[in-house]
Ligand binder design. Structure first.
Ligand SMILES: Cc1cc2nc3c(=O)[nH]c(=O)nc-3n(C[C@H](O)[C@H](O)[C@H](O)COP(=O)(O)OP(=O)(O)OC[C@H]3O[C@@H](n4cnc5c(N)ncnc54)[C@H](O)[C@@H]3O)c2cc1C
Length: 303
């Protein structure tokens, strides 16, 4: 970790910058940005699941250099190129309205990254992150991955890592998004699922009917709606659960686990204090790590 720091950063070169939403009609703008880090200490030294830092050029309103922002690595450990020279991320443009003035606000780093052209240079740091990783022996486990938005980034790397290494692990990935037009890497993931019998790709659309016509749902609702897929995996001691995306989504996953599993099965993933055992529907995010204790088989990265 931290081979490159804000004091001693490195310079990467853009090799591609492409839209990765399912349709031009998406309400968000998300891009798959690939950077060549060869010749920097990052080359061959990052793992899928880690993130890296970007220091945007220029200064903030106080004249200070812009602060570093973190972006998840969306590549397998061997990189996009197979030899750890090219890492990618999944960047969503932050577009907001200033609360008081009502003026348009464009996020500094995300819009800088989304505007980059092939050949442009980027100041990078990292790698960061030592917990949200695949285990040391990936073949010893099966995986339930849940994502919303750019939370897909680490999974896009991990899925390709697991399938590429032929671990034989069972991998079920659930992507939650408001509309089908917002799905990310949809074609690529559909192709992977068609080619690998051990990989299942599920979507959960929260503001419109599902692709098969069934009613709207959140990513965590898949635990109930696709119980035939999830129930046997949740009972298995091999299974690990990973959740990445919008802060709060992990609570929904915990609630469904508590509702659907017997206490011993639930305890494999989540220990619940006696004070919280009733009223699962009223659980709040602030209870996590106080009354709700995810076990070592649960990995969270929410932001
Ligand atoms: C571990 C980790 C991994 C991450 N991975 C990814 C990833 O893979 N992809 C991704 O897209 N993001 C990722 N992020 C988020 C990313 O780090 C940035 O926070 C995000 O891109 C927004 O940065 P920005 O510079 O564009 O926005 P900023 O300029 O930092 O603005 C962020 C928000 O602050 C508010 N704000 C700040 N200044 C003003 C102002 N002057 N007026 C009005 N409002 C203001 C706005 O609400 C704005 O939406 C990750 C974060 C973490 C912690």
């Amino acid at each position: 970790m931290h081979l490159l720091t804000p004091v001693k950063p490195g310079v990467a070169t853009v090799v591609s910058n492409e839209r990765c939403t399912a349709s031009r009609k998406s309400s968000g703008f998300v891009r798959h940005l690939a950077l060549d880090v060869s010749g920097t200490p990052l080359e061959g030294a990052f793992l899928s699941g880690q993130s890296f830092g970007v220091i945007p050029p220029g200064t903030d309103q106080f004249g200070r250099q812009h602060k570093l922002r973190l972006y998840s690595i969306a590549s397998p450990t061997r990189g996009e190129d197979g030899s750890g020279k090219i890492l990618a991320t999944t960047v969503k443009r932050t577009i907001d309205e200033h609360w008081e003035s009502g003026k348009l606000f464009l996020g500094v780093a995300s819009n800088y990254l989304c505007d980059l052209r092939v050949g442009d240079k980027v100041t990078v740091t990292g790698p960061n992150g030592k917990r949200f990783l695949l285990p040391a022996d990936p073949a010893a486990h099966d995986y339930l991955f849940f994502a919303t938005g750019t939370g897909i980034a680490p999974f896009y790397g991990m899925i390709r890592e697991l399938l590429g290494r032929d671990t034989g692990s069972r991998v079920v990935f659930t992507m939650g998004s408001p509309y089908a037009t917002d799905l990310l890497y949809h074609r690529e993931l559909t192709d992977l699922a068609e080619r690998h019998a051990n990989f299942t790709y599920l979507t959960a659309l929260s503001r419109e009917r599902q692709l098969d016509g069934s009613p709207p749902m959140y990513a965590h609702d898949r635990l109930a709606r696709s119980a035939d897929i999830f129930a046997p995996m949740l009972e298995s001691p091999r299974t690990l659960i990973y959740v990445c995306g919008i802060a709060g989504m992990e609570l929904g996953v915990f609630q469904r686990l508590a509702e659907r599993l017997s206490e011993p099965a639930r305890d494999q993933y989540l220990r619940v204090d006696a004070s919280a055992r009733e009223n699962i529907a009223n659980w709040e995010r602030r209870m996590i790590n106080k009354e709700l204790h995810p076990t070592r088989r649960v990995f969270l990265e929410v932001y």
